[in-house]
Design a binder for this molecule. Sequence first.
Ligand SMILES: [Zn+2]
Length: 221
Amino acid sequence: MEGQVIHEIGHAIGFYHEQSRSDRNNFVTINYNNIQPGRERNYQTYTEDGDPGFDLGVFDFNSIMLYSSSDFAISANNPVMLRLDGSWIFGQRVGLSLGDVETYNYMYNPAITAVVKYTKTRDDYDWNSGSSAVEGHSTVFFYTDASRTTPLTLASPLRITARDLSTNTYYYGTVPAGVSSFYLGETWEYQVYDFGNLTYYSAGGGWMERGVGYNFQFEQL
Ligand SMILES: [Zn+2]
């Protein structure tokens, strides 16, 4: 039963079921007709559910988050989930797999420190009207440690969480492998006041945010 507890702790720290990976159809087949009515959601991908997430590494048949073939099946003889070759799957409940540990470390103990360094190129403020114009550029630098002593060249592409300042929406961007820094772009914010009324506002550019897989730091130069 201890393995089931670990499984539930996995959920608590943000793990989805292994079969909820967005790419799971490349590894397993799901027969929705064999699922107990009302339990279909347990076999949906996180993208089908509209949840944020990521797939780290390849599908892990040893993960403690993986179901067995007949979990939530109407009949134990008619499996819901099979490997692509038709063989049954056994979802172990003994302990974390190497892939589970790797995922945990990726989320909570990342080996990458990302430092966004921001340089203001314009900072105008009109004390009479309250109007302002701020422009700047930001670049992210990678290090192996939080104290930024050792620069890091990315061994694989890094997915970063970003925010579009014009729409204030989050999205993901990818920094390519082989670099130790990456120019994120220009940002701006303009506010024009006329007798105390905001008559014009514009903010734009991309902005990197905290995300999964890296420690995040910010520095204004
Ligand atoms: Zn579960």
